[in-house]
Every structure is written in C-alpha cells, then in structure tokens.
Design a protein around this ligand. Structure first.
Ligand code: NAD
Ligand code: TYD
Length: 357
C-alpha cells in the first residue's frame, strides 16, 4: 500500500508527509514541482528513509502522472499542489489559473484513467482527497454565521477563484464518473515550515530582523487560525473515514483580527527573545496600504467533521502559536535558506514602496 501526495514539499504538504510517516509505515510518493514555495529542507529528516519517495515534477504533466500511477499503484492521493498566496495571485494571476485549475484538471484526467482500470475492490477503496480552503466561500459580515459546507461559493481573489474552480472539477469527477473524492476546506494554517511571505512567519522573521511589521489596512480583518498539524490530522481522518463525494470544513474555532495576531507574536518574542534595546517588538508595527478586494472575515463551522468523523484539534491558539514562534527561533538556518533571491524579489515587489522593504 502506498499513497501519493502532491505538493508535499510545501508548508502543509511537508507537515503532512512528516506526520504521516510518524504514525504509519505506509510509504509516501511525494510529487512536487519545487516552485519557490517547495523546499526539500522541510523533509531533510527523511533523508535515507525508504518510505519516502520524492519525485520532482508537475502534477499537471499528464505523462508523468500516468507513469507514476502505473508504477506506484497508490491506494489514495492527497492533493496539496497549488499556488497558495493571495497577494501573488493579485499581482500575477496566470500561474494560479495554470496550476490550480489546469493542473488539477490534468491530474484528474490521469487519475480517472488509472482508477477506471483498477479491479473492483481497489476501485471501491481508492480515494482522492483534494485539499482546499475556506476562501472559496468569500467574505463574512461581522455577525454572520460561520461557513458550513453548504455555504454558497463566492470567491473574491484570483487565488480563491482558482481554488473554487478546482473544487468544482473534483466534485464533477465524482458526480459524472463516480471517482471517490473527498474535499476538505480549511481555514488559515500556521506552524513550522510556513513560508515567510504569509502573515505569521513574515511577522516573526521581520521582527527578529528589526524590520517593519506591515499590517494591511486597519488590521481588523478576521481569520480563523488552525495549527498546521491539526489540519494534517483532519486530512488523515477524512481519508480514513470520510464519505466519498462529501466535503468537510476544517477549522479551529479561533477567529482573530490580524492586529491581535501581530500583537500576540510580538508579546511572545518580547518574552522569548527580547530586543537588545529593551523596547517592545510592537513598536515595529507599520500600517500599510490595504490588499485590493481584501476579504474582511473568514470563519469555519467545523461541526460536520467533528460530529461525523470525530476529529478535534489538539492545539489551542495559545499552545500552537507558542510552538510556532519557538520553532522559528530554533530554526533560523531554515529561514535564511528560504530567503533566496526569489524571496527577496517578491518582498521588494510587494513592499518596495512601503516601509517593510
Ligand atoms: P505552499 O505554497 O506552501 O506549497 C505548495 C506546494 O505545491 C509547494 O511545495 C510547490 O512546490 C508545490 N507545487 C506548486 N505547483 C505545483 C505543480 N504544478 N506540481 C507539483 N507541485 C506543485 O502551500 P500550502 O500553504 O502548503 O498549501 C497547500 C494546499 O493547502 C493548497 O492547495 C492550498 O490551497 C491549501 N490550503 C492552504 C491553507 C493555508 O493556510 N496555507 C489553508 C487552507 C488550504
Ligand atoms: P495571508 O497569510 O496572506 O493569508 P490569507 O490572505 O490567505 O488569509 O494573510 C493573512 C491576513 O493577514 C490577511 O488578512 C492579510 C493580512 N496580511 C497583512 O496584514 N500583512 C502582510 O504582510 C500579509 C502577508 C498579510
């Protein structure tokens, strides 16, 4: 038995692969293109471990995926591969259309052919789990109820629109061809190996470097944060017990405005690694121009996965954020490593005219 993971060198994918092999001996074939967001350093602890087979390649390369499926015969696929950063989708949407929509479609076609040729028992037990986001549901007003699985899709950014399209394709392959798919729509993740272009790692890294902490607009946008290893346990549970064709919302019941997140990170750093001048890190907060079309609030109603599959997060925000800040303090070499030329180019482009540059 083997599973195929796509995008397993990225933030969530690498946490998933490490978590999987920590609790199972079932091998993982990891197909990742190694874009700027993919990093084999995340998986260095698996060097020499024959249960992990890494393949550098595009999940939208039909011939590659077909041959990989034929050779490895996975019983399940977990699809993390995507372009994932909203700001990048605003400054350059085309890669998001290519990867998230065309790539997912191409992979689905290869999987449909592979699955169609399996014998009856293998066909029945096969699963394709598509990892998606709460951003497909759009933005909530302050008093509105959290997103359930039946909330209308109303994506607002090129990123969320491309993820919505991929969700629809996955759904259609179940309804049209009977492919046994599962979709999980998760809220914002945080934790180890998070690329420092996203809010929490960017704040930690900039704070330690003495740089401004760029808060978009008024900082009152609300996100619902989940520790990445809890997301991974939800995916494992859905893969094990989810009903084909169903979608499951995954979240930590932890809505917080961005500014509170930044203050929390600053306060933890004040304790764990105080500034040399004795001043608080929050002095580095700088309000910058808001993101165009910035969604005001996301919130996940996670009752379905809790009640039907018995999943619950293990971390609270207080325990998860402490682990995260400590991880970045303990892994400064990893940070230096990912701050390559490509990373610096992005920071200059995104914050160039603003104080975070
Ligand atoms: P990430 O950007 O850190 O990683 C994406 C990975 O996919 C990288 O390793 C990259 O090299 C790889 N990849 C990109 N294009 C590829 C291609 N064509 N073929 C093969 N590999 C390719 O993203 P992440 O934050 O780990 O997100 C993983 C998945 O989870 C995405 O589908 C994302 O939409 C979803 N998601 C993310 C969050 C979050 O908060 N980060 C929340 C909910 C859902
Ligand atoms: P991000 O980590 O990009 O995730 P997403 O946009 O997918 O929710 O951003 C989280 C929130 O933080 C979002 O409301 C935008 C905000 N943000 C900032 O205020 N400053 C920043 O430099 C970044 C990257 C994000």
């Amino acid at each position: 038995m083997t599973i195929l993971v796509t995008g397993g060198a990225g933030f969530i994918g690498s946490n998933f692969v490490l978590g999987w092999l920590a609790q199972s001996d079932e091998p993982v074939v990891n197909l990742d293109k190694l874009t700027y967001a993919g990093n084999l350093q995340n998986l260095v602890s698996l060097n020499g471990d024959t249960r992990h087979v890494f393949v550098q390649g595009d999940f939208g390369d039909a011939a590659l995926v077909q041959s990989l499926l034929a050779r490895q015969q996975p019983r399940a696929i977990v699809n993390f591969a995507a372009e994932s950063h909203v700001d990048r989708s605003i400054s350059g949407p085309s890669e998001f259309i290519q990867t998230n929509i065309v790539g997912t479609f191409t992979m689905l076609e290869a999987v449909r052919a592979y699955w169609g040729a399996l014998d009856a028992p293998a066909k029945a037990s096969f699963r394709l789990l598509h990892v998606s986001t709460d951003e497909v549901y759009g933005s909530l007003a302050k008093a509105e109820a959290a997103f359930t699985e039946t909330h209308r899709y109303e994506p607002n950014s090129p990123y969320s629109a491309s993820k919505a399209a991929s969700d629809h394709l996955v759904r259609a392959y179940h309804h049209t061809y009977g492919l046994p798919v599962l979709t999980t729509n998760c809220s914002n993740n945080y934790g180890p190996f998070h690329f420092p272009e996203k809010l929490i790692p960017l704040m930690i890294v900039n704070a330690l470097a003495g740089k401004p902490l760029p808060v978009y607009g008024d900082g009152q946008q609300i996100r619902d944060w989940l520790y990445v290893r809890d997301h991974c346990s939800a995916i494992r549970r859905a893969l094990q017990a989810g009903q084909p064709g169903e979608t499951y919302n995954v979240g930590g019941w932890n809505e917080m405005p961005n500014l509170d997140i930044v203050h929390t990170v600053c306060a933890l750093l004040d304790e764990l690694k105080p500034r040399a001048d004795g001043k608080p890190y929050k002095d580095q907060i700088t309000f910058v121009t808001d993101r165009p079309g910035h969604d005001r609030r996301y919130a996940i109603d996670a009752r379905k996965i809790e009640q039907q599959l018995g999943w619950k997060p293990a971390e609270t925000f207080a325990t998860g954020i402490l682990k995260t800040v400590q991880w970045y303090l303990d892994n400064q070499a990893w940070v230096t490593n990912v701050q390559s030329g490509a990373y610096r180019d992005w920071v200059a482009k995104q914050y160039g005219a603003q104080p975070a540059a």
